[in-house]
Design a protein around this ligand. Structure first.
Ligand code: HEC
Ligand code: HEC
Ligand code: HEC
Length: 192
């Protein structure tokens, strides 16, 4: 227990340091209505590795030739700095991709335009959680009531520490959504 919490503190300090290093040399790209993105100056956008060099696929397997190269599919989408180099929210918003919304015909598609301000952020800017951008990808039941209460302030135990341990926002961010090093995409609202 002690060892793992020390590791978490170290990991958190590492993230804070990485953020402090990235911030002074950052360019801010504000897309109206979307979370702010910061790309460290002169840092190239990530390049999608060829399948035979990505360390995941077996280069000797002839089946590899049947797969589309990620670069071919992804390089035409709006660019982003972290992750796989694609700004997925923008790609969806601009209609560049049109993922299928449901498998079963009876599934009801609900997009909720409701911003939630999470204010327990210490010295950091407040966190703005946008329902709209999330429900364009996800169903209410992906979060409610298992991860979050559907009542403002009703989620017990929510903190950065828990998020860094892969709970709450951390169940997706750093796994299938932009990583936790992008502090200002969540902490986007200056205190008045
Ligand atoms: C069930 C998965 C999931 C959880 C939990 C989750 N997110 Fe997200 N979030 C996503 C996905 C998917 C995207 C879109 C892809 C991306 O931007 O990487 C996203 C995008 C965002 C964006 C960017 C929106 C934009 O305009 O570009 C913000 C800000 C955000 N999430 C904040 C949060 C915060 C804060 C929490 C916790 C209170 C949270 N998310 C919890 C999946 C999740
Ligand atoms: C995916 C969204 C997300 C990202 C990215 C994120 N945070 Fe947070 N942060 C949160 C949420 C949610 C809270 C809790 C807010 C609440 O409970 O009102 C929080 C709270 C905090 C707090 C308050 C103290 C605490 O432990 O809760 C600090 C400090 C903090 N974050 C620092 C950071 C730093 C530094 C980074 C970048 C390295 C970062 N955060 C990245 C969502 C995020
Ligand atoms: C990615 C996760 C996520 C998804 C998906 C999601 N929510 Fe939420 N929702 C949250 C978070 C985080 C909060 C704030 C919880 C807190 O403050 O403790 C919240 C709060 C709420 C609230 C409380 C608002 C208030 O002012 O008290 C309602 C109502 C709600 N959600 C409804 C929905 C509905 C309806 C859907 C589907 C259309 C949905 N949510 C989808 C994460 C999500």
């Amino acid at each position: 227990m002690r060892k793992s919490s020390l590791w978490c503190v170290l990991r958190w300090l590492g993230l804070v340091l990485a953020a402090a290093l990235a911030f002074p040399a950052a360019v801010q790209a504000q897309i109206p209505g979307l979370a702010p993105t910061v790309r460290p100056m002169n840092m190239p956008y990530p390049v999608q590795q060829p399948l035979n060099k990505d360390g995941v696929h077996d280069p000797a397997n002839p089946g590899i030739k049947m797969l589309q190269e990620p670069r071919e599919g992804l390089s035409k989408l709006p660019k982003d700095y972290p992750g796989n180099g694609v700004h997925w929210v923008k790609a969806l918003r601009e209609g560049i991709i049109q993922p299928r919304t449901n498998i079963l015909p009876g599934t009801e598609i609900k997009v909720l335009d409701l911003d939630i301000l999470l204010t327990n952020t210490g010295e950091m800017p407040l966190v703005l959680f946008p329902h709209r951008q999330h429900t364009e990808w996800l169903d209410c039941s992906n979060c409610h009531e298992r991860i979050f209460a559907s009542k403002k302030g009703g989620t017990k135990g929510l903190s950065m520490f828990a998020v860094l341990q892969g709970e709450f926002c951390g169940q997706c961010h750093g796994a299938v959504a932009f990583p936790l090093t992008e502090c200002n995409r969540c902490h986007s609202q200056q205190r008045k």
